[in-house]
Design a protein around this ligand. Structure first.
Ligand code: GSH
Length: 251
């Protein structure tokens, strides 16, 4: 089987795809793309949409973290990413949908907003990336890419402040999924691989890590993805963090 994964350094759904490939024991090659330019490359390669992760398997194209999970399950059913019991599977699929449609994007906006304010942490996110040019050069020339990424992802002050206001609720939902046994079970499932990289990416922000790491969601993130490239020193206005600080954290 010949597998190539197209991703962007730091991309949380890109990490989800890599973790699932590893879980399945499927060898793969990875192409790291620059954000924004990735849109053109991915379309140029013939994928129907312009996002990563995108994967070629023996020439076939599969795009999107949830589609990739299903294709990997089809290709190599064991170890399973989805439970066989229909009710349990529905719960995992709903948790996975939540991770993709509700949790991914606020985290994406927080990261791009922060990088737009301070580009210095970009180097840390590029650690281990194979971008085809020296990291130093990539970082020095990244300003327009960061500005465009922040723009395309609508990472405005207003949206990021709203993201922070709802982050406590999103984390609570993850804690609840853990308490219900839908995720963080003995064997990790597709929802674990979808959700944990978003939480782990949020934890690269020093403003957020202390508010997340002691929660079940934070512990899950560390279990699923102990290592991560990227570190963002404090940058968020304290007033924006207030709703998250005052949200009751689960034990
Ligand atoms: N929710 C989808 C979409 C993924 C998505 O939006 N990926 C971002 C990177 S995290 C992307 O490709 N953005 C294009 C860009 O930044 O230029 C998935 O899980 O596959």
């Amino acid at each position: 089987m010949k597998v190539r994964l197209y991703t962007i350094p730091g991309s949380h759904p890109g990490v989800a795809a890599q973790l699932m490939l590893k879980r399945k024991g499927i060898e793969f090659k990875r192409t790291d793309l620059f954000p924004v330019i990735s849109k053109l490359v991915v379309r140029g390669l013939g994928f129907p949409r312009q996002t990563v992760p995108a994967m070629k398997i023996d020439g076939r194209k599969v795009q999107g973290s949830r589609e990739i999970a299903r294709e990997l399950e089809r290709l190599r059913p064991e170890p399973a990413l989805f439970p066989t019991d229909p009710e349990l599977r529905a719960a995992v699929e709903e948790a996975e949908r939540f991770g993709d449609e509700e949790l991914q994007h606020p985290v994406r906006q927080l990261i791009w907003w922060s990088l737009k304010k301070d580009k210095a942490p970009l180097r840390s996110f590029s650690e281990g990336a194979r971008l085809g040019i020296p990291i130093g050069l990539a970082v020095r020339t990244a300003a327009p890419i960061v500005a465009l990424s922040a723009h395309f992802n609508e990472a405005s002050d207003e949206n990021v402040r709203a993201d922070l206001a709802k982050l406590g609720g999103l984390l609570q939902r993850v804690d609840d999924l853990i308490a219900a046994g839908t995720i963080d079970g003995e064997e990790l499932n597709a929802a674990d691989f979808q959700i944990a990289p978003s939480i782990r990416l949020a934890m690269t922000m020093q403003d957020l890590r202390p508010l997340i790491e002691a929660r079940p969601a934070g512990r899950l993130a560390m279990r699923v993805q102990p290592e991560i490239a990227g570190e963002i020193p404090p940058i968020l206005p304290p007033a924006w963090l207030q709703p998250l600080r005052s949200a009751p954290a689960a034990a």
